[in-house]
Design a protein around this ligand. Structure first.
Ligand code: GUN
Length: 291
């Protein structure tokens, strides 16, 4: 079993970004600037946004946080987005999700300028990604690609099972794994809540990318020897022996599969740490495009 250390790989990516920023400063080029819009005061969203801002400081980016009350109307939020779209100092920005129920998420994401859409959620970027054109790839699938490439896991001709079809993870990674490029070229199956006989599908796969959020669902008897697993699941389960009263587990029963897997990402410390470094990588890219 080879463990894919997402924390270490993420640090490496952040170091590379930091070096690029230092080189830009030496060459009198603009320092990348990421902005985040946070609506309301949901604890988890605040934590995520703060981690993104902290990572910006670490690599030398400028960052801005726009925090709006959860009573903000959709039209006022759109006006704020348009202001940021026009602000030449900001290279990329994100609207932290989820949004309050009275705001239509699709209307909001559609208002973000595609050139600043470093989350890659705008239909322009999503469509371009699907067509294999240059685009901003959403952070989680981009992080999965980075982990697979840096671990030198071969994808060409492999049978890859993606479990989950969400817009943020399952759908885009299934497209990217099947693309006709040096990364991809796999035979991809997308399984979801209506799929039959998941065990059979798992046993038939060389690579499994799981993003269903069912804790420790994939067991050792569901995979063949030599399978590589990317575990995107992050679920809190009660654990009274932990000081926090819970622990974070993935979709994979790590102990149970450990004798059969070739490569595996741990949870926590696998895909999770990659998402912020990929967001910053997209921001650097947006900044370079606007040079
Ligand atoms: N909420 C949970 N994940 C994400 C993400 O990747 N981007 C944004 N904007 N919001 C999120």
């Amino acid at each position: 079993m080879k463990l894919i250390d997402g924390k270490k790989i993420s640090e490496k990516v952040l170091d590379e970004i930091k070096l690029s920023v230092q080189n830009r400063i030496k060459n009198n080029l603009k320092v990348p600037h990421l902005a985040a819009i946070l609506v309301g005061d949901d604890g988890a969203s605040k934590t995520y946004v703060n981690s993104k801002i902290k990572a910006c400081k670490k690599v030398g980016f400028k960052s801005s946080l726009f925090n709006f009350d959860d009573s903000i109307s959709e039209i006022d939020l759109i006006n704020q987005i348009e202001k940021i779209n026009k602000n030449d100092d900001i290279d990329g920005f994100i609207v932290q999700l989820p949004l309050p129920k009275h705001i239509d998420q699709d209307n909001i994401l559609n208002m973000i300028s595609p050139a600043k859409d470093v989350d890659g959620f705008h239909p322009n970027n999503y469509g371009r990604m699907t067509l294999g054109l240059e685009s901003f790839i959403p952070a989680t699938p981009a992080g999965i690609i980075e982990l697979i490439e840096r671990s030198e896991i071969k994808t060409e001709g492999k049978k890859c099972l993606v479990i989950g079809r969400s817009q943020i993870v399952g759908r885009p990674i299934s497209i990217l794994m099947s693309q006709n490029k040096s990364f991809g070229n796999s035979t991809v199956t997308v399984a979801h809540s209506r799929s039959k006989d998941l065990k059979k599908l798992c046993l038939d796969s060389d690579i499994i990318i799981s993003a269903i959020g069912i804790p420790e669902f994939i067991k050792g008897n569901m995979i063949k020897k030599g399978t590589s697993i990317i575990d995107v699941g992050i679920t809190r389960v009660e654990d009274l022996s932990s000081p926090k009263g819970y622990r974070i587990v993935g979709d994979v029963d790590f102990k149970s599969v450990s004798n059969n897997v070739e490569y595996i990402t741990p949870v926590p410390g696998g895909v999770g740490p990659m998402t912020i470094s990929m967001l910053l990588k997209n921001t650097l890219k947006a900044c370079k495009i606007s040079d």
